[in-house]
Design a protein around this ligand. Structure first.
Ligand code: NIG
Ligand code: FE
Length: 412
């Protein structure tokens, strides 16, 4: 099946040679072709250019994109899409003055979701999660990472990872899987933290690795959750089982999680709401991608990742949703891009780079996703008629997507 898209008002994120990420001042550059064509063959991008250079081809399908913009689909490198139930009561409790930390301390938060998860059947968790996955696909996400971390028991964690695997096998979107057993300490281990870490290392990790249920290992490195020392221990064990670290750090406190992530060559360090100069310094000249989650900052009313300072320091930055029931019950990457521009003062070019090529990097997918490059997957967003790509962050509450392509096929 060959699809030809013609008269594209502007084709965004065109990269002739495949790059893996963009950093610092390069983030302000978004290469585009105006009045362009794009050819998709058997699920891949095979050619593109200016309309004046359109080759003679026999296409099975021709789409006239007059007035519309085409860009690579969003790469959402940090989500917790698989969960049971919701936490809407905690949302109202926060409106009434309780903080996220206070709610967690009285048994709510992650432990509340873990209770629900362990009480829900695998089939029901799958059915609830697939609705969210389908929703984000229609919102333009073409590759997504999904974490476990609401099981906190061997059975619960394996159950979540099997649901992620089934989603990956069932849906055409690219899915990467992350083991986040170290998301919180279960109640019965409250007085025996070493015991839970032992369970993660000696019970969970070997079974997960043996059944090839995860690509990455994650830890919530934070005061009241996992210390830097505990985080390092789990990263080390994960690496021994073939899992690359991708960790939660600096959400509420800067305690050295970034330095630990860099030391263990984490693919990404995510959240970064609280950053001091040493944290920024530690990320310089490393292969670790910093990932900001602005819709989490929005929903919890906590600080936003200091994107300007980080980009000025020459760092790359990726944007992701953090879709989860507690801190971000939304998987809308369009809103993330808009919020990054509005609240973090990223330019539209920087935000689009952060949500495409840099997001792909944070999932180890730069070779196949995140830009309009020959040979990459034909996962694309075709917008409605719009005046320019500035509309994407500017019209922040509107759905500007006309169609989404996954593997070269329009999602219905
Ligand atoms: O990334 N910070 C840790 N984990 C999630 C939230 C978990 C929850 O509240 O359920 C996050 O924000
Ligand atoms: Fe998260």
């Amino acid at each position: 099946m060959i699809t030809l898209i013609t008269n594209i008002k502007e084709l965004l994120q065109v990269r002739e040679t495949s790059i893996t990420k963009v950093s610092g001042a390069e983030m302000a550059v978004l290469p585009t072709i105006k009045n362009a064509f794009l050819i998709l063959e058997y699920g891949l991008i095979t050619d593109f250019g200016e309309m004046s250079a359109l080759p003679k081809i026999k296409a099975d399908k021709i789409i006239d994109a007059t007035g519309r913009i085409v860009l690579p689909s969003w790469c959402d490198s940090h989500t917790h899409i698989v969960y049971a139930g919701n936490r809407e009561q905690e949302f109202v409790d926060r409106i009434n003055g309780f903080s996220y930390e206070e709610i967690a301390n009285r048994g709510g938060g992650i432990l509340n979701s873990a209770k629900k998860l362990n009480e829900t059947t695998e089939e029901e968790i799958y059915n609830q999660s697939k609705i969210r996955l389908e929703e984000v696909m229609h919102l333009g996400t073409g590759a997504v990472e999904i974490k476990s971390g609401y099981g906190l028991t061997i059975e619960g964690e394996l159950k979540m990872l099997r649901v992620i695997k089934k989603l990956a096998e069932t849906y055409p979107i690219t899915i990467k899987s992350t083991f986040l057993g170290a998301h919180a300490f279960p109640l019965h281990y409250k007085e025996n933290k070493a015991g839970y870490i032992e369970e993660i290392i000696t019970q969970m990790l070997p079974q997960i690795a043996q059944n090839k249920l995860a690509d990455y290992v994650d830890i919530f490195c934070e005061t009241g959750y996992f210390s830097v020392e505990e985080t390092e221990k789990i990263m080390e064990a994960g690496i021994q089982h073939g899992l690359v670290p991708k960790i939660h750090v600096n959400q509420f406190n800067s305690i050295g999680g970034i330095q630990a992530g860099v030391k263990f060559k984490a693919l990404s360090v995510d959240h970064l709401e609280i950053m001091n100069p040493e944290d920024i310094e530690a990320l310089k000249d490393t292969e670790t991608m910093p990932v900001a989650l602005p819709s989490c900052s929005y929903f919890l009313s906590i600080p936003y990742t200091p994107a300007r300072e980080m980009i000025k320091a020459g760092l790359p930055l990726a944007l992701a949703t953090d879709f989860n029931p507690g801190s971000t019950p939304s998987g809308n990457m369009n809103f993330v891009v808009a919020t990054a521009c509005i609240k973090m003062k990223m330019t539209p070019e920087e935000a689009i780079n952060a949500a495409t090529i840099n997001g792909a990097y944070a999932m180890g997918l730069s070779e196949s996703h995140g830009s309009i490059t020959k040979g990459k997957k034909a996962n694309l967003i075709l917008t409605k008629p719009i005046s320019s790509y500035y509309q994407i962050p500017y019209a922040f509450g509107s759905n500007l997507i006309e169609s989404v392509f996954i593997d070269g096929k329009i999602l219905v």
